[in-house]
Design a protein. Structure first.
Length: 365
């Protein structure tokens, strides 16, 4: 690995912070940030990939820097692209800018780039260093890598529970476990994902709307997962189908004429329901999906080893009861050694609730 100075580290941290500003707007593209220094080491340009189909981070930063970039350094959180996609190659803009050094956090795993961008820059006499905060960049774009390498979206599982691990009372009452601030965080999550999933039980018990309020960067497809296809013929999802798409994933499509007539898409899946659905959503280039419940659906995703991130809101209450639901049902594991373990964990207090974010260790480059 190349040797990097404290100044290099400071600038790359800023580039990573810029990259994260594109979350929800750029998918299925990766989040990327860039910083430009002039020949004396002064910051003269900043930019990030702001929206899918728009200019990339390097182009935005170099445009701000203008002629001041000549002889300077470009910091970027992902290897510059070298192919024609929705925009021209970033390597062209970099060479035209006159910068003499490029520092990239990590190589781009996209096959049309995958080291090619670095090679073009080096072949044209630029000094190129790769690897500064590679782990951080890899974690930031774990959903991009998941879609690219495994052809399925990144799965975020969400639930709210009591201190004793209950998501509802023994009678099924669950409103409200978490407080208003926690629920606002959930709406932020909804506003940056491509799909929000619930099972038949949650649809029947809660009649959820499954929209982000206020609206976020994306309008998620609302997905009901039901093996039997036995669903009510009227609900909030169908009444608001003009606000956001609705999809039913099922092994049995024959009972869903009312949903189809209301404008919902009915997707028949042969074989394991979770894996088939993930494959189809990946084919549609969905990058992040949010599984909101209930326990049966969350358990099915765990049994399929398909939960990549958990967003858990723990309220300071006790519920009790042998028949009160826990967050995940399904088959579960037989030995604790087989439990899903997450490598990235953060904890935050939200007016008394505890918000835990746990992510699967990212795919290694």
């Amino acid at each position: 690995m190349d040797s990097f100075s404290p100044s290099d580290e400071r600038h790359m941290r800023r580039a990573l912070a810029l990259a994260a500003m594109g979350r929800g707007f750029v998918e299925p593209n990766p989040m990327v940030g860039a910083i430009v220094l002039d020949a004396e080491g002064n910051v003269v340009g900043e930019g990030f990939h702001e929206r899918f189909g728009g200019p990339h981070a390097e182009v935005n930063a170099l445009a701000t820097a203008g002629e001041s970039a000549r002889g300077g350094t470009l910091f970027v959180t992902l290897e510059p692209c070298c192919h024609h996609g929705k925009t021209p190659p970033c390597t062209d803009a970099i060479l035209k800018s006159g910068v003499r050094r490029v520092v990239a956090a990590m190589a781009d795993p996209y096959p049309a780039v995958a080291g090619g961008g670095v090679q073009i820059l080096r072949d044209n006499g630029l000094s190129v260093d790769v690897g500064l905060f590679a782990d951080e960049s890899n974690t930031l774009n774990a959903p991009y890598r998941m879609l690219l390498q495994h052809r399925r979206p990144w799965v975020i599982a969400k639930w709210a529970m009591s201190l004793d691990g209950k998501i509802a009372t023994r009678t099924g009452d669950s409103k409200w476990i978490s407080n208003e601030r926690s629920r606002a965080k959930v709406h932020e999550l909804r506003g940056r994902v491509d799909a929000i999933l619930v099972g038949r039980g949650t649809l029947l018990a809660d009649d959820p709307l499954l929209t982000a309020r206020p609206a976020g960067a994306r309008i998620a497809t609302r997905v009901v997962v039901s093996a039997t296809g036995e669903l009510p013929e009227t609900c909030q999802l169908l009444r608001t189908i003009d606000q956001a798409p609705v999809l039913v994933a099922t092994a049995s499509v024959v009972k869903l004429a009312a949903w189809r007539n209301a404008g919902a898409e009915v997707l028949g899946i042969d074989g394991p329901l979770v894996l088939g659905l993930l494959a189809e959503l990946g084919r549609r280039r969905m990058t992040n999906i949010l599984v909101e419940g209930g326990a049966g659906l969350l358990g099915s995703f765990r049994d399929a080893d398909s939960i990549d991130e958990a967003q858990v809101f723990v309220a300071p209450i006790l519920v009790g009861g042998d028949k009160a639901l826990s967050p995940l049902s399904g088959t579960g594991i037989t030995a604790m050694a087989d439990a899903n373990r997450f490598g990235e964990v953060s904890v935050e207090s939200l007016d008394g609730d505890v918000w835990v974010t746990a992510e699967r260790k990212p795919i290694t480059p």
